[in-house]
Design a protein around this ligand. Structure first.
Ligand SMILES: [Fe+2]
Ligand SMILES: [Fe+2]
Length: 386
């Protein structure tokens, strides 16, 4: 290392989305080390993790907006690097450090991170290679102290930096909320580029009534909150929640003619038209969602088609949307809040309770009840008793 050379800082992360904590850490590192370069290096996001991952170009646009909003815009030493995203695979930090070492031979290299990451550092691959080429530059999170940190030797940044995690901000974004950890400039880029389902929400908002749209956001929010417990990606759950009622505002006559034009002419279709045409909105919703948003995955189609009746053998997404549709905030019957609280503790129990509440409601009305709802009830009893 050449002590005469100015330092170079590498700042890796998903930046999906970039938040105030990222900008604060970058600003402090620039103030303290006066580097010749600070590289923000968004990692590759696997396309299988999300229904619609945010591409590098969009993350770069959000990062540039965030840096500008933090007063770091236009500084030539601040750069967004496509090194990791361009490789289109998971890239280990030792590879990134080696890349920037080749670009800056002899310069003191620093790898920037929040103190919450330091404890995990020993589990990273080839930490020997990282520490041979670079020093760790660590910003303190609230509640952490320099003396209390374990993991590896590091250089502390002066100051305390807000704790925020991009992964916690995505679920609210999918459901149309604006987390305060995001700068308004970043929120504008998200809207302009239609990221985090904002373009889908806009299409949906034009398709259904304001009250239905509020209900759809409510189902999406609860589904995204409960998605980790169901082993599902929040984006998938939020999308299914958003679109489940996209045909609910069709008039009964329009719903019937839509179904007659598109649905297979089964005896059940004739029965539904006669006994409960409103239930056609679930089947029609899946067909309409595919017209609006492109082909649906089988699990999303199932979740939309079965959200009103349920059916034996539903998959995890369909069970989640069925439960959230009944239990979301905004439902005006008392069982909704009870099932919602139950769902936060035990999703399977909440699913069974949702089926019970729906059946009691249907039977108390004295009319025709969809056989799939009764079959679901029976299948759940068999599992319980078996
Ligand atoms: Fe519905
Ligand atoms: Fe609904």
């Amino acid at each position: 290392m050449n002590p005469g050379k100015r330092p170079v800082i590498i700042y890796g992360g998903s930046f999906d989305p970039p938040h105030r904590g990222h900008a604060a850490l970058a600003a402090a590192a620039l103030r303290q080390l006066r580097p010749s370069a600070l590289y923000l290096v968004p990692g590759f996001r696997t396309p299988f993790k999300d229904l619609k991952p945010v591409p590098f170009a969009d993350r770069k646009a959000m990062l540039l907006a965030s840096l500008s909003a933090a007063g770091l815009g236009g500084r030539p030493e601040v750069k967004v690097s496509s090194f990791e995203a361009g490789l289109r695979r998971v890239v280990y930090t030792w590879e990134t450090v080696a890349h920037f070492r080749r670009l800056h031979p002899g310069a003191p290299l620093y790898f920037l991170m929040g103190s919450d990451c330091l404890a995990d550092f020993p589990k990273w691959r080839r930490t020997d290679l990282i520490l041979r080429e670079a020093a760790l530059l660590v910003g303190m999170r609230p509640g952490h102290s320099i003396s209390g940190l374990r993991g590896a030797p590091f250089t502390p940044l002066r100051g305390v930096f807000p704790r925020a995690a991009s992964s916690d901000l995505r679920a609210p974004l999918f459901c149309g909320r604006s987390p305060r950890e995001l700068q308004p400039a970043v929120l504008r880029v998200i809207k302009e580029r239609g990221l985090y389902l904002s373009s889908e929400r806009e299409l949906l908002r034009r398709e259904i009534t304001p009250a239905r749209y509020r209900h759809s956001l409510s189902v999406a929010s609860l589904a995204a909150e409960l998605a980790p417990a169901a082993g599902l990606p929040a984006q998938l759950a939020a999308f299914a929640g958003l679109v489940h009622d996209c045909a609910r505002d069709m008039a009964p006559a329009a719903l019937v003619s839509y179904a007659l034009r598109r649905a297979p002419r089964t005896p059940m279709l004739r029965t539904l038209i006669k006994e409960a045409p409103v239930l056609l909105h679930a089947w029609a919703g899946a067909a309409r969602a595919a017209e609006l948003f492109g082909p649906l995955t089988p699990e999303i189609r199932e979740a939309v088609e079965l959200h009103a009746t349920g059916a034996p053998g539903m998959g995890p997404l369909a069970r989640l949307i069925y439960t959230c549709d009944l239990a979301c905030p905004g439902r005006d019957f008392p069982q909704a809040a009870m099932v919602r609280e139950l769902a936060r503790r035990d999703l399977d129990a909440a699913f069974r309770a949702a089926n019970y509440v729906k059946l009691v409601y249907a039977f108390s009305g004295g009319g025709w009840v969809h056989p799939l709802s009764v079959e679901l009830w029976n299948s759940l009893q068999e599992k319980k008793n078996g």
